[in-house]
Design a protein around this ligand. Sequence first.
Ligand code: PLP
Length: 395
Amino acid sequence: MNTIYLDNNATTSVAPEVVEELLPYLKEFYGNPSSMHTFGGQLHRKVEDARNKVAQLIGAESEEIIFTSCGTESDNTAIMSAVESFPGKRHIITTRVEHPAVLNFCKHLARKGFRVTFLPVNNQGQLSIDDVLKAIDEDTVLVSIMYANNETGVTFPVTEIANILKERRIFFHTDAVQAVGKIPIDIKKIPVDMLSISGHKLHAPKGVGALFVRKGTRFYPYIIGGHQEHGRRAGTESVPLIIGLGKACELAGKNPTGETEYLKKLRDKLEAALLKTCPDVRINGEVNNRLPNTTNISFEYVEGEAILLRLNEYGICASSGSACTSGSLEPSHVLRSMGVPFTAIHGSIRFSLSRYNTEPEIDKVIEVMPEIIKNLRMLSPFGRDKLNPDIKCAK
Ligand code: PLP
């Protein structure tokens, strides 16, 4: 049975071109780029090539890119750098729907005495620019707002917020882990100070990420030790993974608009078909301002976990916002913040596509989903009532 992988916001496959590019640096060229000898030293140029490719994807200068180990490290570094830069200021603004890499780090800082404002979103998952403005005070050192939400795909007005903040002396960081490689980003037009990238969300391997830090932005390293990355991130560079990230960024930059269109076409086909064939279904999140590859759909009266298990029988991989599958004891904090009713959260499924998905794969999901939902609803007391009002269940 072939796998139909529709969980690309969790992680992506490593592009074959990326594997090919990085393999020699796992095998023959294992040197340390800081070494004086040619065997190691030649790798320095490869790291700089990769840095240039990452920079190009977002319209940055290569000196503005720092390699990290993952998106989480990039996020933590950005936040820590801002608060270390102005030790007198103790207020941070973020949102309630950030990834835990930002959310839990801010909660950690709140326990250490920082004041953190967690901004709400509306029932479409949108953030109000007015709320951001109202939250700012004399003590605000950092605003950290994600570019696109990993669960719903909803994008935030990062450019508008950045334009407002650049007039004030407040750091602006955006977690763009889900956006880079999926939608075109030109950092010259978005005056953020820092932006996080993760390799494994754009067909590079796991274990590598990057942080964009705009030239002239005060920066404090988070990982302290050797002189690597010009003293901005210590630790011997993971040359193969960095080369892989560079190649993945080069691939993502080849035809960004074409890829966006392709993903959107497949996603919209899937969404339209499910809305038509499955009753009591809702899309979570503002549909017009979303990543092109993501849809978050709630199927009332069924458990997301049960849907995932049935999909798994067909080799279809997706994920759910219900507690059992989210890896935590609580159901999705994103959908809860949006005020999605609990019954809908429990039956929520996220399909997230990549350039490697095909139309026949989407057709397969469209074919099997109505039957899966119908059968599961027959097993659930509420669903059965709904499907067949003549059958009454013991309450
Ligand atoms: N930020 C967002 C929006 C994410 O979706 C993720 C991963 O899912 C991260 C940060 C963390 O990235 P990493 O897994 O590379 O640490």
